[in-house]
Design a binder for this molecule. Structure first.
Ligand SMILES: Cc1cc2nc3c(=O)[nH]c(=O)nc-3n(C[C@H](O)[C@H](O)[C@H](O)COP(=O)(O)OP(=O)(O)OC[C@H]3O[C@@H](n4cnc5c(N)ncnc54)[C@H](O)[C@@H]3O)c2cc1C
Length: 395
C-alpha cells in the first residue's frame, strides 16, 4: 500500500489529506505531520487583533478532525527531508514515504531586519495566532493611550492583504470611538505602489486603494525597504525615520528550514503544473511553500502571494495527480490558477477576482460592496465547517 505523508496541517495539508482519502480510500496509508495541533483560520487573525474574534472561534483540533477519517496525525516538527531515501526526520522519528506533499507555509524571517518582530524586536505581526494575540494587546494599549501607528510590509513579503485590512479596520474602529484624530496612521510598504500586492495589481487596485486611503487620511509610504527598527522608530534604507507607538509590520518570507534545502535560494520549492517537485518526482509542494516567480522586477523585492483559495486548488491538483498515478489513470491537466480575495475594509469590504493570478489577465474584477463583507463573514463559518467535516470536495 502506498504511504503518503503530508507536511503541514493547514489549508494545503488538510485539503490534500481529505482529497487523498476520498480518492484512494483504504488503498493508501495517509499521514499528516504538523508542528501545530491546531488548524487556525488565518484570514480571521485581523479580526482577532481587533477583538472581534476569540482564538476558539477560529481554530480546530487537527487530531479530532483526522482521527475519524482514518488519517494518522503526528504532531511533530519535521527537521529534515532526505529525498534520496524518501524519508522525513523529526527529533523523535524517521518517517518513510512513497509520496510526500509539502504544505509548510512560510518561515517568518524577522532576523533579516534588526529590531523587527515581536520576539527579539519591537514590532507586532499578524501572521500566527500567538503573534496576533500579542498585537491585540498592543492595539488595546493604543486605544487607552493613543499615538502614531505604522502598518504594512517589509521587503520580501508575499502576503499583503492582512496589512491593508488592518489599516481599514483600525481606521474604522478609531472613527467609531471618536479618536481617529489622535492616531496618525502610516501604511508603509515594499510594494512599488499601493494595491500592487505582489501581483502587479488587480485591475484598478492602485487607484482604488489610493482613493480609499486618501478619504481615510491613511498616509502611504511605498517602495521602501526597512534598514532597522528601534523601540521608537522604523529606519528606512533611504534614511527616513518613522516614529511609532504601534508598528505592525509583515516580515520577509522564506521557506521553512526543514524543506528549504529542496527549494530556491529563499527556500521556496520549484514545481511543475501539477505541483510536483521539478527534480524529486515523488515530492509535491503546494501553498506558500511552493515557488512562483514575480510577474515583474520591482525596485524593492516583493514575493507573489499564495492565498488560501490558491492553496486549496493546488492541494486538490497534487492529490488528484498522486491518486491517478497510484491507480494507473491519466494524470489531471490542471486549469491555470486564478485568485478570489475578499478584503475587509472595516465597515465594508472589497471583492477581487483575477484570472489568471498574474498579468496579462483574461478577467479582473474589483468591487467595493457591503455584500462582500457578508461573503467574508459567511466564508469564515463555511470554511471552518467544511474543514471540520473533511468536505474537501466542496468548493
Ligand atoms: C493574517 C492572514 C490573513 C489572510 N487572509 C487571507 C484571505 O483573506 N484570503 C485568502 O485566500 N488567504 C488569506 N491568507 C492566506 C492563507 O492563509 C494562506 O494562503 C494559507 O494559510 C496557506 O496555507 P499553507 O497550507 O500553504 O500554509 P500555512 O497555512 O502557513 O500552514 C503551514 C502548516 O505547516 C505546519 N508546519 C510548518 N513548519 C513545519 C515543520 N517543520 N514540520 C511540520 N509542520 C510544519 C504549520 O504548523 C501549519 O500547520 C491570509 C494569511 C494570513 C497570515
Amino acid at each position: 500500500m502506498a504511504k503518503i505523508v503530508i507536511l503541514g496541517g493547514s489549508f494545503g495539508g488538510l485539503t490534500a489529506a481529505f482529497e487523498l482519502k476520498r480518492l484512494l480510500g483504504n488503498n493508501a496509508d495517509i499521514t499528516v505531520v504538523s508542528d501545530d495541533e491546531r488548524f487556525v483560520f488565518l484570514p480571521s487573525l485581523p479580526w482577532l487583533i481587533m477583538g472581534w474574534r476569540r482564538p476558539e472561534d477560529i481554530t480546530l483540533k487537527v487530531n479530532e478532525i483526522l482521527r475519524h477519517r482514518g488519517i494518522e496525525f503526528i504532531c511533530e516538527a519535521a527537521k529534515q527531508i532526505i529525498p534520496e531515501a524518501s524519508k522525513i526526520l523529526t527529533s523523535e522519528k524517521e518517517i518513510p514515504y512513497d509520496y510526500l506533499i509539502i504544505s509548510t507555509g512560510p518561515y517568518l524571517s524577522f532576523e533579516e531586519i534588526p529590531g523587527l518582530g515581536p520576539e527579539k524586536g519591537y514590532t507586532d505581526c499578524t501572521f500566527t495566532l500567538d503573534h496576533a494575540a500579542r498585537t491585540g494587546q498592543t492595539w488595546k494599549r493604543i486605544l487607552k493611550n493613543p499615538g502614531p501607528m505604522v502598518l504594512g510590509s517589509a521587503q520580501m513579503v508575499s502576503c499583503f492583504g492582512p496589512s491593508y485590512e488592518l489599516a481599514f479596520e483600525m481606521d474604522a474602529e478609531l472613527r467609531k470611538r471618536k479618536m481617529r484624530h489622535k492616531v496618525p496612521i502610516i501604511y508603509l510598504t515594499s510594494e512599488p505602489y499601493l494595491g500592487h500586492m505582489g501581483v502587479g495589481g488587480f485591475g484598478k487596485s492602485r487607484r482604488f486603494i489610493e482613493d480609499e486611503f486618501a478619504e481615510r487620511d491613511i498616509k502611504p509610504i511605498v517602495n521602501q525597504a526597512i534598514e532597522e527598527v528601534t523601540p521608537e522608530e522604523i529606519r528606512l534604507k533611504d534614511g527616513t525615520k518613522i516614529p511609532f507607538k504601534l508598528a505592525m509590520i509583515a516580515p520577509p518570507f522564506k521557506g521553512v528550514p526543514a524543506v528549504a534545502p529542496l527549494g530556491n535560494p529563499r527556500g521556496f520549492i520549484p514545481v511543475d503544473k501539477n505541483y510536483r517537485h521539478t527534480k524529486h518526482k515523488n515530492i509535491f509542494a503546494v501553498g506558500v511553500a511552493m515557488a512562483i516567480a514575480p510577474p515583474e522586477p520591482t525596485p524593492v523585492p516583493v514575493g507573489v502571494p499564495k492565498t488560501g483559495f490558491m492553496t486549496v486548488r493546488m492541494a486538490k491538483t497534487a492529490a488528484a495527480t498522486i491518486a491517478a498515478e497510484i491507480k494507473n489513470e491519466i494524470l489531471p491537466t490542471p486549469e491555470e490558477l486564478s485568485v478570489i480575495c475578499l478584503m475587509d475594509m472595516g465597515n465594508t469590504a472589497a471583492f477581487m477576482k483575477a484570472k489568471p493570478v498574474l498579468p496579462p489577465r483574461q478577467k479582473t474584477i474589483l468591487k467595493k460592496a457591503i455584500w462582500a463583507k457578508w461573503m467574508k463573514l459567511g466564508f469564515e463559518r463555511y470554511f471552518l465547517w467544511k474543514m471540520k467535516h473533511g468536505l474537501s470536495q466542496w468548493p
